[in-house]
Design a protein around this ligand. Structure first.
Ligand code: P5A
Length: 442
């Protein structure tokens, strides 16, 4: 993509409304635009990151055996009256009436709707386990939307729902999602710590929040430093082995970790003092086991091996991709801007032409650009006529992992500069080294 054609509305000034660094950088880097209280448009740079975040989530959900569907955002109130949550949900739910004066709502979550899908088709335990997920916009009329997309009213959620015959099956399903979450966050360069958490309006008796440690986090958290060294399972872990998956969960739930609401002073005192980590954190995921809370009132049953009808045992599993995008920035930035982990970077390489219009610089840039494109690399080519200083500032602000800098002096010697955004390390290399480094076939 040529920067001269790319819609990247960079802000020079720090936006005054932004209280935390991720919000400030997302606005400054032209990733998002606020449209109203807690409501944001995703501009091209932001949308590219959001898509990459969703793709990693999707791959790990699929690997763990979940299947993707897509449910509507607008739901009928009837389902929620059936489950008993219509009144409980309170003012956070946006309630709407259609032209027939039917009560509708903009979904804050989808337990009811997915249970309705399940009960329409699944009748036998032989069709279990089943886990269906979607990635869809939600609306919650938060009392205090703030920090940009971190706590917005309209936000993207990956929500998965598992159905099993009994508690044992449901626990195994919970464990698979737990492990999928560890892998998902690690792939984004994040250390997410699972913590026992309150279940709130979703309900149930077992739940973990996945928390990224960050000073700007909204939750106070308490955990053992042992988490910082625990290994995350590899991609080839066997999701069909309940024992193997259960073993990982056992290791990841052994050290102490709890959010404020679940904090247990007595247990905390038992953690050796030098291992205690009291910090703030951002909740990027939350998983729940709630058994038959929805299947009982909504009559979602299957015939078991005993020939009897059983209410299915369920769980739900959420990740906020829009919040995650901000959380990644909270965890990875410096005074000059964002530092994207490669896995979610909007482009891999910034190709900076320091002197657009200079025929040698233009020629070398065009060659490198064409080669990298042909090799399938994602390149943002700064072909604009801005000053070199402004171009460097933009490249650092938008935080692509690599910068290839092409200037007249280097070009005369057949050389360009390669800069690593994360380490700041710069290397002067022959033009041909770029092709070798990024796997361009000549
Ligand atoms: C689990 C999936 C649920 O709603 N039902 C379906 C369950 N859980 S949750 O914890 O309430 O939300 C799941 C994740 O969504 C993100 N999230 C938000 N992101 C941005 N702005 C918000 N206002 C917001 N509220 C929730 C979080 O990542 C949360 O973990």
């Amino acid at each position: 993509m040529r920067l001269s054609r790319f819609f990247l509305p960079i802000l020079k000034e720090n936006p005054r409304e932004a209280e935390i660094v991720s919000h400030r950088l997302m606005l400054r880097a032209g990733m998002i635009r606020q449209q109203g209280a807690g409501s944001f448009s995703w501009l091209p740079l932001g949308k590219r990151v959001l898509d990459k975040v969703c793709q990693i989530i999707r791959e790990e959900q699929n690997r763990a055996g979940a299947q993707e569907i897509l449910m509507p955002t607008i739901q009928s109130a009837d389902l929620w009256i059936e489950s008993g949550r219509y009144n409980d949900y309170g003012k956070e739910m946006l309630r709407i009436r259609d032209r027939q004066d039917r009560a509708m709502l903009y979904g804050p979550t989808n337990e009811e709707m997915v249970t309705d899908i399940f009960r329409a088709y699944v009748k036998s335990y032989k069709d279990l386990p089943l886990n269906l997920y979607h990635i869809q916009w939600k609306f919650r009329d938060e009392v205090r939307p703030r920090f940009g997309v971190m706590r917005s009213r309209e936000f993207l959620m990956k929500d998965a729902y598992s159905f099993d015959l009994d508690y044992e099956g449901a626990k195994a399903a919970y464990n698979r999602m737990f492990v999928a979450y560890l892998r998902t966050f690690t792939r984004m360069g994040l250390n997410a710590i699972p913590m026992r958490a309150d279940t709130g309006p979703i309900g149930g008796d077992l739940s973990h929040e996945f928390i990224i440690l960050a000073s700007t986090g909204e939750s106070a958290v308490f955990c053992d430093r042992a988490f910082l060294d625990l290994p995350v399972p590899p991609a080839d872990i066997d999701f069909t082995s309940d024992a193997e998956i259960g073993g990982v969960v056992a290791r990841w739930t052994a050290p102490y970790a709890a959010t404020d609401e679940m904090h247990d002073e007595a247990a905390w005192e038992k953690v050796p003092e030098e291992k205690r980590l009291a910090a703030r954190g951002i909740e990027v995921g939350h998983i729940f086991h709630f058994g038959t809370k929805y299947s009982t009132p909504m009559k979602a049953t299957v015939t078991g091996p005993d020939g009897q009808e059983h209410f299915v045992s369920m769980g739900s599993y959420g990740i906020g991709p829009s919040r995650l995008t901000a959380a990644i920035i909270e965890a990875s930035h410096d005074e000059n801007g964002i530092i994207w982990p490669e896995s979610v970077a909007p482009f891999e390489i910034a190709l900076v032409n320091m002197k657009a219009g200079d025929s040698d610089c233009d020629r070398v840039c065009e060659e490198i650009y064409a080669g990298l494109q042909a090799a399938g690399r994602e390149v943002l080519y700064d072909d604009t006529d801005q000053r070199a200083g402004a171009k460097f500032a933009t490249a650092d602000l938008i935080g692509l992992p690599w910068q290839v800098i092409v200037g007249p002096r280097g070009v005369a010697a057949g050389e360009v500069e390669l800069k690593n955004r994360a380490t700041g390390e710069r290397q002067t290399v022959p033009v041909s080294a770029i092709a070798e480094r990024f796997g361009v076939n000549r």
